[in-house]
Design a protein around this ligand. Sequence first.
Ligand SMILES: Cc1cc2nc3c(=O)[nH]c(=O)nc-3n(C[C@H](O)[C@H](O)[C@H](O)COP(=O)(O)OP(=O)(O)OC[C@H]3O[C@@H](n4cnc5c(N)ncnc54)[C@H](O)[C@@H]3O)c2cc1C
Length: 396
Amino acid sequence: MTMRTSSNRVHSKIDSKCDVAIIGAGPAGSTCACLLAKKGFNVTVFDKKVFPRQKVCAGLITWKTADLIKRIFNISFEELCKRQIIKNSCRDYRVFYLKKEIGRGILDFPFHFVDRPSYDSLWMQHALSAGAQIHTGMGIKAIEPEKKTVVTDTGRHIKAKIIIGADGALSTVRKVMQKTGIEKQKWRKQLAMTIEIRQQCTENTLCPQFSSLHFGFVPWGYAWSFPGKSTHILGICSIPHKNKEPFKAGFEKFLKASGYYDYADTPRKGHPLPYGNFISTPSQNGIFLVGDACGLADPLLGEGIYYAHLSAQLAAHAIGQARPDYGRAEVFYNKMIRKKILREFKRIRLYRDLLFFDGRYRRYKGLRFFLRLFPKRLEAAIQGTGSFSNLLFPIH
Ligand SMILES: Cc1cc2nc3c(=O)[nH]c(=O)nc-3n(C[C@H](O)[C@H](O)[C@H](O)COP(=O)(O)OP(=O)(O)OC[C@H]3O[C@@H](n4cnc5c(N)ncnc54)[C@H](O)[C@@H]3O)c2cc1C
C-alpha cells in the first residue's frame, strides 16, 4: 500500500480536481475519507504532518467509542489490543478535590488508553484501502470558498465539490467560515488550554494503577492522571477566559500535591481543546466541519475522539444520501449534528457550569454528594450507555 506524499512543485492555477477535499487526517478526517471513498466519491486528504505523528492527547476511549469503531470499521477492541494500539485498560477510578478523595468506583466497562500515533495511522490506512488519496506533509494555507478551491502550502490549487475541515482545534477551514469578529470571540471564550506530560514508569516513579480526576487546582477546569503500563499521563485543562489565576502554577500545584515530585524535568506540552464552544451550523456553502474543527469535544471531560468519528460518520452519511444535491446534505448534516451531538453537549455544558460555579464557592460538595448517591448514573453518561439527560431523573 503506498501513501502519496507531497511534491514540492509550485503551481498557480487549478492543478487537480476531486469530489471531496478533506483537510486533516486525524480520526475525523480519516473516518470521513474512508466512508466517502467506500461510497464511490473521489476523495483527496491533506495533512501538514507526516504520519505517524504525535498528538497531545491522553488517548482515553470510552465504551461508546469502542462500540462506534466496531460499527464503522468492524474492528473490535480485542483487535486494537492485539495490535498494541490500546496500550492499557483500567476499571478503577478516583475523584479528588485537592488532596481529598471525594469519590471512587469500579467501572462496568473499563477505560481504554490508545497510542495516538498508531491509532490515527490505523484509520488513515483504512482510508487508503478504501481508495482515498492521502497527501501527508502537505498543509493547506488557504481556502477560496467561492471557487471551492484549497491552496496547499506549496502553492497547488485543488478544486473540489465539497471541502471538509477536519483540521483540529486551530482549523484553517473554520476561520474561513467564521467571518465576523463576534463569532471568533465566541469561539475563543470557551476554548480551553491544556498542559500534558508523559512520564516513563520506573521503580522510582509513582505510577498509580487507577485513573483519577482532580478538581480545585484550577477554576473552570480539572486535572487528570491516567495509568499506563510504561507511561503515566498527567494533564490539566482550564478556560483561560474564565480563569484569572496562573494556569501553569495550578498544574505544578497539582503535581506536588499528588506526590509527583520527580516530574519537574519532564517536558510539558500544550494544545487548545474545544470546551463548550461547539458550532451549531457546521456546514455552509459546500464546506463541512467535523471533529475538533467544529468544537466537538465534550464540555466536561474534553472527550473528543468519539465525537470526531461520529461527526465524520454523520457528514459522510449526509453527503452520500443527498448526492448530488449538496445543499440538501448541508441541511441534513446541520440537523443531525444538533440532534445527535449538540443536544447532549448543551446538557453537559449546563452541568459543567453548575459544577465549576459550585466548586469555586462550595468545594465541590455537589459533586461529592452526587458521586456518593448516584455514581453509576454518572459513569453511564460518560461511557455512553446512558445520557446526561438521565442524570437527575433517570428513565427506566
Ligand atoms: C491535552 C489533551 C488531552 C486530550 N485527551 C483526550 C482523551 O483522553 N480522550 C479523547 O477522546 N479526547 C481527548 N482529547 C481531545 C482529542 O485529542 C481531539 O478531540 C481529537 O484529536 C479530535 O480529532 P480530529 O480528527 O478532529 O483532530 P486532530 O486529531 O487534531 O487532527 C487534525 C489534523 O489536522 C491536521 N492539520 C491541521 N491544520 C492543517 C492544515 N492547515 N493543513 C493540513 N492539515 C492540517 C493536523 O496535522 C492533524 O493531523 C484531548 C485533547 C487534548 C488537547
